[in-house]
Design a protein around this ligand. Structure first.
Ligand SMILES: Cc1cc2nc3c(=O)[nH]c(=O)nc-3n(C[C@H](O)[C@H](O)[C@H](O)COP(=O)(O)OP(=O)(O)OC[C@H]3O[C@@H](n4cnc5c(N)ncnc54)[C@H](O)[C@@H]3O)c2cc1C
Ligand SMILES: *[C@@H]1O[C@H](CO)[C@@H](O)[C@H](O)[C@H]1NC(C)=O
Ligand SMILES: *[C@@H]1O[C@H](CO)[C@@H](O)[C@H](O)[C@H]1NC(C)=O
Ligand SMILES: *[C@@H]1O[C@H](CO)[C@@H](O)[C@H](O)[C@H]1NC(C)=O
Ligand SMILES: *[C@@H]1O[C@H](CO)[C@@H](O)[C@H](O)[C@H]1NC(C)=O
Length: 524
């Protein structure tokens, strides 16, 4: 579908408030009907439409009718009041009836069209962040929190906070994601075991509900909305502001990759380090697999060691990489050296295969940007990404490893992309939030971050994902998917399990016309 009106920007502003409806049409059908009295300007030019149709997944193409680039949250509220039928034309007056859906779009790093609204209106959250007064990121006087426009990218939050010597405490691996986008999912990474996901580090939110109401919510105020939107997949409202917890920003980071050839040694050490009952207390913990049938990226390691790391992978077919980091300031350096010493003495890695880098805090957190630059230069960034992200209960991780990693992945002629493999703790997740995790104190984050192109197309990789899910189903491994895209209602009901009733109740309470984020395919 193409949208072409000859005009690039349709301006619906008039000096007189009039009830004359203006039709925004695509060539095929009416997409969006906005009354002039709404005083909203939307974009329907081919560039805007095409940008809002695609996402990082590079698999779906969902064409919206128009894009709203709002300059204030009042505009978003007006749009939603109209779309939900709550907009008043004044006494005895009638206007066009709405019939379109609305989706907030942060950075569009969704995988399957979750940030689009076919035939409806996409709200570009970047516009709102750029227009934020006095600024998109405002650090409190005491430095304990920041008020952040939801369309802001995490990298921008970091930049502003570190200038004041403070920083959010928990991160995603990649920072060019919007605050509103990750809070709608969970926001997980190597600090989650210690501080919880990003949704556990928010004090307060401003949200515009599906009825266009502007509400402030927190653990004390409008709690149903607060817990609903955190991990709520955009279903209850559009987050416009988030108050994010901050703490001291360290200056530098000791960043280690430690190699294992034995799976149980690897997981035993990972689990010991996240249990925090030891005195080592690392600040970050993740893990990855290096497989001989995949691309073995040795760029982390010193040049002189890259060959021996590569041959280690070849010899063993699979090497498990424990990744930890310890933050420090110049004054804490002696303690850090003791910690590194203790790691060297107590962990069960392959002797001689512990590698360390010493980097500034910002560079550590922004490490995936370098990978992006590399992939972009090779034309391997804008390719289909049939990613599979799952949470696996600790009690079944060995079965998962034997069945999936050894049985399936190592048995492929080739594998593509990065495979994340690390445990995290459940105790920092709040069960009242919408995000779903397995019912066990420790669970593993498994990310199969496939890139298609080259030898495999995305459908083949997606088949592999289906096999993985099927294996877990038939073996009774009770996984939860993350960043999932189900299209059948029964899958959503099963995903939310005991929380489905709350999810549905909150939907009826805050978005009764089911307008918001239709690309999640939960209520359509
Ligand atoms: C390279 C890469 C690395 C990643 N690494 C991690 C990681 O380490 N950990 C992790 O947890 N995730 C990770 N992700 C996934 C990421 O958190 C999600 O894709 C997230 O949705 C991206 O944010 P976005 O701003 O691009 O969201 P979008 O794709 O724009 O939106 C996602 C969903 O949220 C809704 N939404 C967006 N903004 C708002 C808002 N303000 N209010 C309400 N709803 C809203 C949208 O309608 C949509 O349904 C990664 C993604 C990529 C591409
Ligand atoms: C319409 O909105 C613009 C801002 O987008 C504002 O400057 C203008 O005053 C509004 N017009 C009316 C008639 O409300
Ligand atoms: C959103 O707005 C920003 C800033 O104006 C712009 O750079 C970006 O291309 C827009 N995105 C979409 C999908 O329209
Ligand atoms: C995938 O990305 C390529 C390169 O940017 C683009 O030409 C193509 O239209 C995209 N396809 C989809 C379905 O998004
Ligand atoms: C590995 O692949 C071969 C050929 O496809 C198959 O016959 C074999 O059963 C597979 N092994 C495992 C452990 O799945």
């Amino acid at each position: 579908m193409t949208t072409n009106l000859g005009l690039n920007i349709i301006t619906l502003v008039t000096l007189l408030i009039t009830l004359t409806p203006t039709l925004i049409k695509s060539e095929e059908s009416i997409n969006v009907l906005l009354p002039i009295s709404l005083n909203l300007t939307v974009l329907t030019d081919p560039f805007s439409i095409s940008a809002a149709s695609q996402d990082f997944g590079n698999i779906t193409d969902e064409t919206p009718g128009a894009v709203l680039c709002p300059s204030s949250s009042v505009e978003v509220s007006r749009l939603l009041r109209f779309a939900s039928g709550e907009f008043s034309y004044g006494e005895d007056a009638t206007g066009p009836s709405p019939g379109f859906k609305v989706a907030a779009r942060g950075q569009g790093h969704s995988l399957r069209g979750q940030a689009s609204a076919p035939g409806g209106i996409v709200v570009n959250m970047t516009c709102l962040a750029k227009a934020a007064k006095p600024a998109a990121v405002v650090v409190s006087a005491d430095g304990t929190y920041a008020d952040v426009a939801a369309g802001t990218m995490w990298v921008e939050v970091l930049e502003t906070a570190v200038e004041r010597g403070v920083s959010p405490v928990t991160w995603t691996d990649y920072l060019y994601l919007s605050v509103g986008g990750t809070l709608s999912n969970a926001g997980i990474g190597g600090q989650t075991f210690r501080h919880g996901p990003q949704i556990s580090n928010v004090h307060e939110l401003d949200v515009i509900t599906g009825k266009g109401e502007m509400m402030t919510c927190s653990p004390k105020l409008n709690t149903e909305l607060f817990y609903g939107v955190l991990g709520g997949l955009g279903q209850f409202g559009i987050i416009t502001r988030a108050r994010i917890a901050l703490d001291h920003a360290p200056k530098r980071v000791k960043w280690l990759r430690i190699l294992y050839n034995d799976f149980s040694d690897f997981t035993r050490d990972q689990e010991r380090l996240i249990s925090m009952v030891n005195d080592i207390r690392v600040d970050f913990l993740e893990g990855q697999l290096m497989m001989s049938n995949g691309f073995v990226d040795t760029s982390f390691f010193p040049l002189s060691d890259q060959t021996r790391v590569a041959s280690l992978v070849n010899d063993h077919r699979i090497i498990y990489v424990l990744e930890v980091a310890k933050y420090y300031d110049t004054t804490t350096l002696p303690i850090i050296n003791q910690v590194i010493d203790m790691l060297t003495r107590t962990l069960g890695f392959i002797p001689g295969f512990m590698f360390m880098r010493d980097v500034p805090y910002f560079d550590f957190l922004n490490r995936v940007r370098n990978e992006e630059d590399k992939l972009r230069s090779l034309g391997l960034w804008e390719v289909p990404h049939p990613w599979l992200n799952i949470f696996v209960p600790r009690s079944r991780i060995q079965d998962f490893h034997d069945g999936i990693i050894k049985g399936l992945l190592l048995n492929q002629t080739s594998t593509s992309g990065v495979t994340l493999f690390y445990p995290t703790n459940r105790n920092k997740w709040n069960n009242r939030m919408s995000a779903m995790i397995p019912d066990e104190d420790v669970f593993y984050v498994i990310g199969l971050l496939h890139s298609a192109g080259g030898s495999q197309n995305w459908e083949e990789l997606d088949n592999l994902n289906d096999k993985i899910i099927h294996f877990c189903d038939t073996s009774g491994i009770k996984i939860k998917e993350y960043l999932m895209h189900y299209t059948r209602k029964e899958d959503w009901v099963q995903h939310f399990g005991p929380k489905w009733g709350d999810f549905l109740r909150r939907k009826i309470m805050f978005d009764p016309k089911k307008l918001l984020s239709p690309g999640q395919d939960i209520f359509s």
